[in-house]
Ligand binder design. Structure first.
Ligand SMILES: Cc1ncc(COP(=O)(O)O)c(C=O)c1O
Length: 457
């Protein structure tokens, strides 16, 4: 038996000193250093808050001014990697200074509480309880942890679609090699131009067999920009599950990254059991951060893979040779190890930034700019719009092809004209432009003008 260790280890098993921090001050950059017993160092200037939504709506130019993007580029790549808005930059900067100043003691005194804030902020945003959100590094890490952590048995089946992304397919393949589950892929539709909500729901439901335990889907497809009707899918799935024993029910697991931060719907509205996303795309959160959120049914179906450091109880039990936890939740699923802590701790600044602008306002602004872009592309000679026009079936990704040019060639030509687009990393490639709150209607017009010039050439 290992000896009992009297002192608390580095992370939060017991007795870590707590500090009081005014949450609003912390979130918008004024508070951290001051609250953390004022080190003798230069303080970051407090970042101004973005304007609150009013009856006339947010001041979008003021929102855009929170970003420090190069003025010579129209940056329409929120689907890849975020530019940090000012409050996020300020929070990261202050935490970085604290860590540089007193690396060990600042971490020991604050990590447990600050990671708790990050989990709580993400949980609030996703409509789950604080212990139901795990902190990860990315969507990819979240998907891998979830699919490899599912308690599946040989013979169980995971249903996914041909339209899902590499991250889902590869995570599923690795998981199935371990647990012996089988993976089946179906096509959600045959022709994107004719895709419809009843068709997608119908195809998924009729592909479910008595052996299906998991439906693995992607909310907004990064190839076509199609947003699948998750509320309708989850309601239809609930009907399937009504007739099944608990152990045989089908779990809905979603890669939600391309709706996370640009749609006004939380996990309850979507009806999924497990949701994974990165915070470093549409949420404009700290780069290298992500989330897994799950309801009680979702957590009951999962096992952790990477040891958790903070608050899990596992470390204390290990030290004292006590019973180790045999469950999963957001705390136990948050991978341990030393991190870019200044980024992990700055997550609440990103959530607060979104909430202050207004989630509905952000969703509407994203849709408005996407509508403008789609309307222009749809009538442009030599251009084929791929993404559905309807808001019900799309979010912020706008995909298209230019006749006679490869997707890579189009992206190169756009970049030469100062418009940063990307090509879909799929077998069938499309060009993607992703208007977001960073952009303006004038930038959409500039992007359209560049596409027109390329299509004419
Ligand atoms: C659907 C989808 N899921 C996951 C990812 C990867 O996200 P992350 O960088 O957060 O791992 C991408 C693209 O970057 C994607 O398009």
């Amino acid at each position: 038996m290992r000896p009992r260790v009297p002192a608390a280890p580095v992370y939060g098993v017991a007795g870590v000193r707590m500090m009081r921090v005014d949450r609003r001050g912390f979130l918008f950059g004024a508070g951290v250093a001051a609250a953390a017993a004022a080190p003798a160092m230069a303080q970051e200037t407090a970042a101004p808050s973005p304007p609150s939504p009013s009856t006339t709506g947010p001041d979008w130019e003021a929102v855009r001014a929170q970003f420090q993007t190069a003025p010579d580029q129209v940056n329409m790549n929120a689907m890849l990697i975020a530019s940090h808005p000012k409050p996020v930059r300020a929070a990261i900067d202050q935490f970085r200074r604290e860590l540089d100043w007193r690396p060990v003691t600042f971490l020991e005194d604050n990590n447990r509480r600050l990671q708790g804030y990050s989990r709580a902020a993400l949980a609030r945003y996703l409509g789950v309880e604080a212990r139901q959100a795990a902190l990860t590094d990315s969507t990819t890490m979240g998907a891998a942890l979830v699919y490899s952590g599912l308690k599946l048995r040989p013979g169980d089946e995971i249903l996914t679609t041909h339209q899902d992304y590499y991250v889902t397919h590869e995570s599923l393949r690795h998981a199935a090699l371990r647990n012996g589950a089988t993976i089946r892929r179906i096509s959600l539709y045959d022709d994107i131009d004719k895709v419809s909500e009843p068709q997608m729901v119908g195809r998924l439901m009729s592909a479910i067999t008595p052996r299906t335990r998991v439906l693995a889907l992607t909310w907004v497809h990064s190839s076509t920009g199609l947003k699948i009707p998750l509320p309708a899918i989850s309601s239809a799935l609930a009907q399937v599950n009504v007739g099944r024993q608990e152990a045989d029910q089908v779990l809905l697991v979603v890669d939600g990254v391309h709706g996370f931060g640009n749609q006004d719907a939380d996990m309850r509205a979507l009806g999924c059991d497990v949701f994974v996303a990165g915070c470093h795309k549409w949420l404009f959160g700290p780069r290298g951060t992500g989330v897994i959120a799950a309801n009680a049914k979702g957590w009951a179906a999962l096992r952790p893979t990477i040891p958790s450091f903070v608050d899990s109880g596992a470390w204390g039990a290990w030290i004292n040779n006590g019973p180790l936890p045999d469950a999963a939740d957001g705390v136990l699923m948050s991978p341990g190890g030393f991190k870019a802590f200044e980024h992990v701790w700055a997550i609440p600044a990103a959530i607060d930034f979104h909430e202050k602008i207004g989630r509905a306002q952000i969703a509407d602004r994203t849709a408005l700019l996407a509508d403008q872009l789609k309307a222009g592309l749809e009538v442009m000679p030599g251009v084929r719009l791929i993404t559905p026009r309807e808001r019900r079936l799309s979010a912020g990704i706008v995909s298209f092809d230019v006749a006679g040019l490869s997707a890579d060639g189009t992206v190169r030509a756009l970049r030469q004209r100062g418009v940063v687009a990307s090509a879909a990393p799929y077998a069938v490639q499309h060009v993607r432009l992703t208007p977001s709150i960073m952009n303006s209607p004038a930038e959409v017009d500039r992007a359209l003008a560049a596409v027109r010039e390329i299509a004419r050439a």
